[in-house]
Write a protein that binds this ligand. Structure first.
Ligand code: GLN
Length: 473
């Protein structure tokens, strides 16, 4: 059943929210014990809220676009009263006294938060294996020996596996919405930078972080984006522009739509199975009425990884500086000098990849290296944006595979160097660096594993992604 229909049943009082929430929570517990999708399961709060909503509906006092619908939230996004750690041991026990704006907007529409999903610590990774000290790694819903992708791995795996109408709120800095969506065969819609408020999101890289929908259907993604998008006086980088009705453009005719297939994305290293399914997707769009051309777009794929990892680690290293065990972060026994104390706290409670990024970022911003690395990366970003903008003068949307490979096995990931791990993002960092909206659509299965296609549009053109993407569903 469509989520809109479930909401309608609930609104009319034909479905008990309490009953369905009980079932959802039971399933969450079961799946988490098997697949590690949640860091925190909010059983009591969810049931309590379900009861309240049922009572309000009886009195005719409650409606809302997401009435009674369960939502799961990536751990790095704050939910009031619910432990939110960003998957990091250094924030163990942190209970936010406020809701992230995206979460608050869902609650205002009648949604129920069921828990916080597992992820790479603070978002540092593409396989969800860089979990904080003592956290568990989420497993792919199609094959437990493989990754869900990352960093929003828990969101993606759970959304694929659940039997219920559930929407998930994920986060992307360099690909963490679309990449796990691709590996788990769901829809991931990363909006334009500033389209959705970052208020209440734990910063990884402020200039690139975005919150966005991860859902089973494109209609759900469109619906959720309508709810969470828009200006927020608490967040100065949100865009003050009207929010489109994304659900209205589903299956809108593609006549006159022109998209470009980026040649550089179909290069060496691309799994032939991925290539085959993505081309099927391209042909599907063509037969639905869109036209396409193959074009060259050099900068994002050639320089994306180095640019992204310089900017991302530079910002991450400054953002993590506050977690030192004094004002922020887990406190330890106070002893020794400040430096000794901070070192002890950070050494014990931050994971290996977080430490690596702190060192890389600190290096890139150091006197003497700043011009050569950090400032240069900023310049390349501008070149990249210009190249994209030029393409969008001619085409509505750009198409590539989302990831070049099928979800790898954990045993294969173990053998990769950090740099090889970073390469997984080669096709997703470009749109993220440029702040462009992008969408993963499942386009096929190969050997029982999902393949995804990436569509990228110009700033604030999420509607075009939904319009085009709906013909792939
Ligand atoms: N895989 C990328 C990284 O490790 C992207 C992470 C993200 O988008 N949060 O930085």
């Amino acid at each position: 059943m469509r989520t809109l229909e479930v909401v309608e049943l609930i609104r009319k009082g034909n479905l008990s929210i309490e009953e369905s929430t009980h079932k959802v929570i039971e399933e969450v517990k079961k799946l988490t014990s098997e697949y590690n999708y949640f860091n925190t399961i909010a059983a009591d709060t969810a049931i309590k809220r379900a009861k309240e909503l049922d009572a309000q509906i009886k009195k005719g006092k409650k409606s809302g676009k997401l009435l009674g619908i369960p939502i799961s939230v990536k751990d790095s996004i704050c939910v009031k009263g619910m432990e939110s750690t960003g998957g990091s041991r250094i924030l163990e026990g942190y209970i936010p006294p406020f809701n992230a704006t995206a979460v608050q907007r869902c609650l205002d529409e009648g949604a129920i938060v069921i828990g916080k999903t597992s992820q790479d610590e603070f978002g540092f990774g593409g396989f969800s294996v860089n979990v904080g000290v003592g956290y568990k790694v989420p497993k792919n819903p199609f094959d437990k020996t493989r990754t869900c992708g990352g960093s929003s791995g828990g969101c993606a795996g759970y959304t694929q596996k659940t039997a219920y109408n559930q929407l998930s709120i994920g986060e992307s800095t360099g690909g963490s919405i679309v990449e796990p969506a691709s590996f788990c065969g769901i829809v991931g819609l990363c909006p334009t930078y500033g389209r959705v408020s970052r208020y209440g999101l734990m910063d990884f890289s402020n200039a690139m972080d975005k919150i966005g929908p991860m859902t089973r259907t494109l209609e759900d993604a469109a619906l959720l984006l309508e709810v969470i998008a828009g200006f927020d006086s608490n967040e100065s980088t949100t865009i003050n522009a009207p929010v489109d009705s994304y659900t209205k453009v589903l299956k809108k005719s593609l006549k006159g739509m022109k998209f470009a297939v980026i040649k550089e994305a179909f290069a060496e290293g691309l799994d032939p199975a991925v290539e085959k399914h993505v081309w099927n997707g391209i042909k599907k769009l063509e037969s639905a009425g869109a036209t396409y051309e193959e074009i060259s777009l050099k900068i994002p794929i050639k320089y994306g990884i180095s640019t992204y990892y310089l900017l991302g680690t530079s910002e991450a290293s400054t953002n993590l500086a506050k977690y030192c065990g004094m004002r922020y972060g887990k406190q330890d026994k106070l002893e020794g000098s400040f430096n000794e104390y901070f070192t002890k706290v950070r050494s014990s409670y931050l994971g290996e990849e977080a430490k690596r990024r702190i060192m890389l970022g600190t290096f890139a911003r150091m006197a003497g290296y700043r011009d050569a690395y950090y400032l240069k990366a900023l310049k390349v970003r501008t070149l990249m944006i210009n190249e994209y903008k030029k393409a969008f003068k001619k085409y509505d949307v750009l198409a590539t595979p989302t990831v070049s490979i099928l979800p790898p096995k954990f045993s294969e990931i173990e053998k990769l160097t950090p740099l090889q791990c970073y390469m997984i993002d080669v096709l997703t960092v470009g749109p993220n660096i440029a702040g462009l909206p992008h969408l993963n659509m499942p386009v096929g299965m190969e050997k029982g594993l999902p393949v995804g296609m990436l569509l990228t549009a110009d700033h604030l053109q999420e509607g075009k992604l939904v319009q085009l993407g709906s013909w792939l569903e």
